[in-house]
Ligand binder design. Structure first.
Ligand SMILES: Cc1cc2nc3c(=O)[nH]c(=O)nc-3n(C[C@H](O)[C@H](O)[C@H](O)COP(=O)(O)OP(=O)(O)OC[C@H]3O[C@@H](n4cnc5c(N)ncnc54)[C@H](O)[C@@H]3O)c2cc1C
Length: 430
């Protein structure tokens, strides 16, 4: 078969790998000038490693991602340090990434609230019945079972931070999946995620996959028993096509999809993200903390502060200290239209809260990355609204972050859904 894949993110490349191995002719169209999609990175001339545009790490439970790396024979290039994640309480930050640290965290006191927090956490770790949990919102479930205090201190900031105005609408299965699939050790690839993506791209090319970079797909149409992919003013015919873009873009590329399927795509909600990356002359967190969870109500202008070089060594970046300040935001939020300079003015004063000695002359360089598709928003009974991978148009397939539910988006699940789509395209069930 002659197959086209739209998108050279982790999902598209994983699908290409399996389809090519099964002996098919595969072409990937990628609008960017590089592979890796949302997990791609960039590099300064004096850095040995790349930095992800949007902060990225793996969990030890990411079995699809780690399994693929093992198949490729690159497992020695995966590193799993144990960086420190901290929670805010009364103007201070406390480590919060193990059961012991959770017990010692003063934010919940040491009485009934802590016991409820522990039991709810344990229950969510042990249960597999996410279908029951998707029937209720995380807001109402947590209020009932964890209690007002625990919910408001621990879980509500997370929901508000990730989902902004939709935080009350997100279902409890999302929270379950987050708690279920996380580990304290966090993983990365030698050279950064972009190094993995580039090596994978080279591997695919070596196998005979055509990767067309800078190729923006404009439309996909079914005519004369074939699917026609239009890019750069010309159309090429394929037997099967897999699209790995956002649902919105899928709807635009394939307007001939039946109304029901199109409506389903367009009704899916998602959040965008704005992330600033700064290279600094000095370490920001003297304690060596990696990930700061920040409550919005305390006036921080972003949701997460992530000091990347407290996760991987600054030596890979010529001694630069790399810090991310990021937020998930609904489209139309002012951050999407602000210039990089305006955002810097908004963000800089907050950095003193992490280190009072911080001053503007620590900043060597600043980059800002924005995406309108960063985090799907799963509402109550969301499983009924997931678009099928096999679309109603014959031989046209769709696999995106919005379909990995009940799991939360991530490169691990991009690999899983990409490979699942490949199996369907090959006529294998599951
Ligand atoms: C802020 C943020 C933090 C994250 N943190 C983590 C993390 O810590 N760990 C983790 O594992 N995951 C994380 N993720 C999620 C992870 O990046 C995604 O789940 C994953 O990269 C999705 O892969 P994909 O292949 O499905 O889609 P994408 O990576 O979006 O790939 C789709 C590709 O399609 C291309 N494309 C779009 N339109 C067209 C067109 N018209 N023609 C041709 N090509 C087109 C795009 O350029 C892109 O390369 C994070 C994401 C964000 C936004």
């Amino acid at each position: 078969m002659k197959i086209a894949i739209i998108g050279a993110g982790f999902g598209g490349m994983a699908a290409a790998y399996d389809l090519r191995q099964a002996g098919h002719e595969v072409t990937i169209y990628e609008s960017a000038g590089y592979v890796g999609g949302l997990a791609s990175g960039f590099k300064e001339p004096h850095w040995d490693w790349s930095v992800e545009k949007f902060y990225h790490h793996w969990f030890q439970s990411d079995k699809y991602m780690l399994g693929l790396i093992r198949e490729l024979g690159w497992e020695k290039m995966v590193l799993f340090p144990r960086p420190l994640t901290v929670m805010y309480h009364n103007g201070k930050f406390y480590p919060f990434d193990s059961i012991l640290k959770a017990i010692l965290f003063p934010g919940l006191g040491f009485g009934l609230d802590k016991i409820r927090f522990g039991f709810v956490g344990l229950f969510l770790r042990l249960t597999n019945n996410w279908k029951a949990l998707e029937k209720v919102t995380a807001d109402s479930w947590m209020m009932k079972w964890a209690g007002k205090n625990v919910y408001e201190k621990m879980w509500k900031p997370l929901l508000v931070g990730k989902f902004g105005p939709f935080y009350r609408d997100v279902n409890m299965a999302w929270m379950w999946a987050r708690i279920k699939a996380r580990t304290t050790r966090l993983g990365t690839f030698e050279g950064g995620f972009q190094n993995f993506a580039s090596l994978f791209g080279e591997k695919l090319r070596g196998m005979g996959v055509k990767i067309r970079l800078g190729a923006i797909v404009e439309s996909i149409k079914r005519e004369q028993d074939q699917l026609w992919v239009r890019s750069d003013g010309t159309s090429e015919a394929f037997d099967k096509v897999l699209v790995t873009t956002s649902p919105n873009l899928m709807a635009k590329l394939c307007p001939d999809l039946p109304e029901n399927y199109l409506k389903g795509l367009l009704e899916l909600k998602s959040m965008g993200a704005v992330v600033m990356v700064l290279s600094l002359r000095n370490q920001l967190s003297k304690e060596g903390y990696y990930w700061f969870n920040l409550p919005k109500e305390e006036g921080y202008p972003f949701l997460a502060l992530v000091e990347h070089t407290n996760f991987v060594s600054k030596d890979h970046f010529g001694g630069d200290h790399i810090v991310y300040a990021g937020d998930y935001l609904e489209m139309g939020h002012e951050y999407f239209s602000m210039s990089d300079e305006q955002l810097l003015e908004r963000f800089l004063p907050a950095l003193k809260k992490f280190n009072p000695e911080f001053s503007r002359d620590w900043v060597k360089k600043v980059w800002v990355f924005k995406t309108n598709y960063a985090q799907p928003v799963p509402l109550v009974n969301h499983s009924k609204n997931i678009p099928s991978i096999e679309t109603p148009i014959e031989s046209l397939y769709f696999a995106s972050m919005s379909q990995v539910y009940p799991w939360d988006r991530g490169t691990n699940f991009a690999v899983e859904i990409g490979r699942r789509a490949a199996r369907l395209m090959l006529g294998e069930k599951k």
